[in-house]
Design a protein around this ligand. Structure first.
Ligand code: GLC
Length: 544
């Protein structure tokens, strides 16, 4: 088991998202699997992360990247067996790493036995496990609700002569969370994995668990225009983020809390105005509602400062922050802000107060990889084409070395690998100033200085293109200066101290003056001289 028995280990943890299908193949079928991941545990340990979040590994027809589950308590044969899973969990724990699984409570696959039974007739044990409704007045769908993946969110069932609701694909019917039998069934699923020893869940689509009982039409979005994907042309007040959905989250949190030291993070909706609700109000909800503020902000010092301030201010007392810079649904950040600023972002992520989340390949600066039309896998792209919504470019396989298919597979990769073959793990491991080395050193620095993980945060007004902030814990004071400009900028950090690390990784730790000339796209961490541990030769050890 992981070394610390601290109940709130996730406050200090660095969490790494792995989409298993694209991580490491072990059997040449072109798809990553559990045995492949097992082979890479040494890499995870070397990198220094604390916990892995795995996207769904359950039995699934995989119409939506495994988020269409036909058995919540079985491993998909493409990924291996339950023995493989148990071995992986044991190996991760022995290495001091934790494992978080995706939990998808909102919907199942239409191939799930629950749905097969529910859709067979109007009178069976599970007839009320999904959202069934009579046709609307014109004989068509019951109302105007749209699926995220395009078209009506209602699908006709011949056997029941009724419609069922699906927030996402028609092959992903939504469960009826008002039904206590559904609540009990999902609690059983959670206990199954928690009893095995998994360290928590990332709850999928947690804001849409409850839909309006009166099935009222969603109003048109007043800001709608032709450039918006059709589902966004309505304001989803009756389908998304209903207050009652919070009760479902509370219920699942209670199940989680039956087990010590487990984490519940979750995909939530809304921006800063909503984030507080997903933490605990009177009753605990999520430990960490995932925060994408850094991905949504414009990439310049002033906008970043505004986004960061707004987020911190929106947190209720005692709520712990988190920061997500990538994921299987999000455009690769290195492509958006460029390779040079991706290094600055890495420093921001690892030095700001809150739990960092990043996505496999971000540590290599992996860009979006083009996927030709005929190889598109993501239904989003096929069903709502023309809006750039496809997520395949972020889901292409990891590259481990210069070998064929980047050492990912001995066979044909399930998605084409048209990204730069030189952007691979081994090359960057051998290159002392690579992005990978930067990630590793920043994670090590964070571990060495609890001030970076847990210290107080205080913004310094952004000026001259430089985003800056102070961190402090006990007598330790640190200043972080991040030059978001592509040219040198002077930073008056105002203190004497030691520069512990630069995003360039080209200088040893050394004393610096209160006025520092930051190079283009450079970020630095300065340890204030009157703080503790000022001996640069000592701090240089973090490079270990
Ligand atoms: C979540 C997942 C996304 C999936 C959707 C439907 O948003 O992150 O990948 O398509 O749920 O399950």
């Amino acid at each position: 088991m992981a070394s610390s028995d601290d109940e709130e280990w996730w406050r200090r943890a660095v969490i790494y998202e792995i989409a298993l299908i694209s991580f490491q193949d072990s059997n040449g079928d072109g798809k990553g699997d559990l045995a492949g991941l097992l082979r890479r545990v040494d890499y995870l340990k070397w990198l220094g992360i604390d916990a892995v979040w795995l996207t769904p590994i359950y039995r699934s027809p995989r119409r939506d990247f495994g988020y269409d589950i036909s058995d919540f308590c079985a491993i998909d044969p493409a990924f291996g067996t339950m023995e493989d899973f148990d071995q992986l969990l044991g190996t991760l724990h022995d290495a001091g790493l934790r494992l978080i699984l995706d939990l998808v409570p909102n919907h199942t696959s239409d191939e799930h036995p629950w749905f097969r039974e529910s859709s067979a007739s109007r009178s069976n044990d599970k007839s009320d496990w999904y959202l069934w409704a009579e046709p609307g007045g014109d004989g068509g769908p019951p109302n105007n609700w749209l699926s995220r993946f395009g078209g009506s969110a209602w699908e006709w069932s011949e056997s029941r002569q009724q419609y069922y609701y699906h927030s996402f694909l028609r092959e992903q019917p939504d469960l009826n969370w008002r039904n206590s039998a559904v609540q009990a069934a999902m609690s059983t699923v959670m206990r199954f994995w928690l009893t095995k020893g998994v360290d928590g869940f990332r709850m999928d689509a947690s804001a849409v668990l409850i839909k309006d009982a009166m099935l009222r039409d969603n109003p048109p979005n007043p800001d709608a225009n032709d450039k918006m994907p059709p589902p966004q042309r309505f304001t989803p007040v009756f389908t998304d983020d209903r207050p009652e959905a919070m009760e479902c989250i509370e219920l699942m949190r209670k199940v989680l809390d039956e087990f010590p030291r487990r984490l519940l993070c979750g995909e939530v909706q809304g921006k800063a105005d909503r984030i507080g609700h997903f933490y605990e109000a009177e009753r605990p909800r999520l430990h960490l509602p995932l925060n994408f503020a850094l991905l949504d902000a414009q990439w310049n010092a002033l906008s970043l400062q505004a986004a960061i301030d707004t987020y911190f201010k929106a947190l209720p007392d005692h709520a712990w922050p988190d920061w997500v810079i990538g994921g299987h649904d999000k455009q690769r950040v290195a492509s958006r802000i460029g390779a040079a600023q991706a290094r600055v972002l890495a420093m921001l992520l690892m030095t700001i107060r809150g739990t960092p989340f990043f996505y496999m390949g971000d540590e290599l600066g992996k860009p979006r990889a083009p996927v030709p039309r005929e190889r598109v896998d993501d239904p989003f792209e096929r069903l709502v084409p023309g809006f750039g919504l496809g997520r395949d470019p972020e889901r292409t396989p990891m590259r481990w070395d210069d070998g064929e298919a980047g050492g990912f597979t001995a066979g044909a990769p399930w998605l084409p690998m048209l990204d730069d073959p030189s952007c691979n793990m081994l090359r960057q491991q051998n290159e002392p100033r690579s992005m990978l080395q930067l990630y590793r050193q920043l994670i090590a620095l964070r571990r060495r200085y609890p001030c970076l993980a847990e210290g107080e945060y205080e913004p310094v007004r952004a000026r001259n293109g430089i985003l800056a902030y102070r961190r402090s814990l006990g007598e330790t004071r640190m200043l972080i200066g991040l030059n978001t400009a592509d040219e040198p900028r002077r930073w008056n950090c105002g203190v004497r101290g030691s520069r512990l690390i630069s995003t360039y990784l080209d200088r040893p730790a050394e004393p610096v003056d209160p006025s520092i000339l930051l190079r283009a796209n450079e970020g630095v961490v300065v340890l204030q001289a009157d703080g503790r541990e000022t001996d640069p030769s000592d701090v240089a050890n973090v490079r270990g």
